[in-house]
Design a binder for this molecule. Structure first.
Ligand code: CP
Length: 313
């Protein structure tokens, strides 16, 4: 694997999931990363991605360097041909080239601004690193995708499913802030690669990018979508159509026990962090149906499987 920037970088998904499961059962490659360094650059906060990816690298014998770019680094310019007389002191051309001298893999987290759809879809930060670094790039959540989270989600469903082709529902839920589309985008794309019956539930005005959802069924009636679901993935996202906005909804979309009863005793997933009693009610998060901690644990093994592939080139 040359990079892990989006799901198209996965050559063989079943084999990658097998690798992750094997690594979970037994750390089979503790020497592979000896003498290699993972550089982790954060333009935004993180708990799970930061610690699970660092742990994964260390389990493979790698050294890890972490930098919070906004507070500790020079402000980077990502557009070519700029007269750099603003606050941006360093161009990605030099920045990525220099980081490639110190790191064997560069991992980057850079959220969207949610102001300009075309600009966010252009993935300036991730593509800047891809273009100007000479080492593999690992996406730790970009403007439009979170492929490490999606691999974790696929691993979790593969482990916990009790039938060949489970029904998986991605349902929107409320949130006080405007959130990116990266997690739901990558989840939908990943489920489209798997043998599941996928549908999406969201209020009117909250349809995801149609180039991503393609033929996936979208319901605006949450209860209708949830009927007989085996897995429910709960997530908020801002409007894609009215880009980055939070629209007025009927307020009844919080996932609670009443919603759970409509399902086939579904396992409930969320990427975390989750706002209790806004996105998912206590009575679900504290129930046996919630698999969010199991899911978060799998972040390490998904990251380990990907790092292993990147180290092997
Ligand atoms: N799910 C996830 O990416 O968590 P963090 O934002 O804490 O890394």
């Amino acid at each position: 694997m040359k990079n892990y920037i989006d799901l198209s970088d996965i050559e063989d998904l079943p084999a990658l999931l097998d690798d992750a499961l094997q690594l979970k059962n037994k750390n089979s490659d503790p020497e592979l990363g000896k003498g290699k360094t993972l550089g982790m650059l954060f333009f935004n906060p993180s708990l799970r991605t930061r610690l699970s990816t660092e742990k994964a690298a260390k389990l493979l014998g790698m050294e890890v360097m972490v930098m919070n770019v906004n507070s500790d680094g020079w402000a980077l310019e990502f557009e070519d041909g700029q007269i750099m007389d603003s606050n941006k002191a360093e161009h990605i051309k030099e920045g990525a080239a220099v980081l490639s001298q110190y790191c064997d893999i560069i991992a980057v987290r850079a959220f969207p601004e949610l102001k300009d759809k075309e600009r966010d879809n252009a993935e300036l930060v991730m593509n800047g690193f891809k273009k100007y670094a000479s080492v593999p790039i690992l996406n730790m959540e970009s403007a439009t995708g979170h492929p490490l989270q999606a691999l974790t989600d696929a691993l979790t469903i593969t482990e916990l499913k009790t039938m060949k082709r489970p029904k998986v529902v991605l349902t929107w839920a409320p949130h006080p802030r405007a959130l990116p589309h990266a997690v739901p985008n990558s989840f939908v794309q990943m489920m489209q690669k798997m043998d599941v019956e996928l549908c999406i539930a969201n209020p009117e005005g909250y349809n995801l990018n149609p180039e991503i959802t393609k033929n996936t069924r979208i319901f605006h009636d949450q209860e209708e979508a949830l009927k007989n679901a085996d897995f429910v993935y709960v997530k908020n996202w801002s409007s894609y159509e009215n880009y980055g906005e939070t629209l007025k909804t009927d307020g009844g979309w919080t996932f609670n026990q009443e919603k759970l009863r409509v399902t086939n005793n579904a396992k409930v997933m969320h990427c975390l962090p989750v706002r209790r009693n806004v996105v998912i009610a206590d009575d679900v998060l504290d129930s046996e149906n919630s698999v969010v901690i199991h899911q978060a644990n799998n972040r390490t093994f998904a990251a380990q499987a990907v790092l292993r592939k990147l180290l092997k080139g």
